[in-house]
Write a protein of this length. Structure first.
Length: 91
């Protein structure tokens, strides 16, 4: 399992860092799940939601799963409003 720890402000400014981390995780091929650790996330925007959907598509192409962990507060509210519980496992 690979864990990507997300920043308190998860938006487009984190795009390069996020894509570099998940590209590395997907390239190693040895892990079954990619965990997005939301424990620090206080703000998330639509760009971040789009990045997550893109990650999910790429992970599925590699028979990998993406799990969201430790989401709370406003970040969890945004995930719920966007119906991400239907796309991702949220723990």
């Amino acid at each position: 399992m690979t864990t990507i720890v997300l920043p308190s402000k998860f938006d487009f400014s984190y795009h390069k860092n996020f894509t570099d981390q998940y590209a590395s995780a997907l390239a190693d091929g040895s892990e079954s799940a990619i965990v997005l650790d939301f424990s620090s996330v206080e703000y998330i925007d639509s760009a971040a939601l789009g990045m997550m959907v893109l990650l999910k598509k790429k992970a599925e192409a590699e028979n990998r799963t993406v799990v969201i962990e430790n989401a709370s507060g406003a970040a969890l509210d945004v995930l719920n409003i966007a119906n991400f519980k239907n796309l991702f496992e949220i723990k």
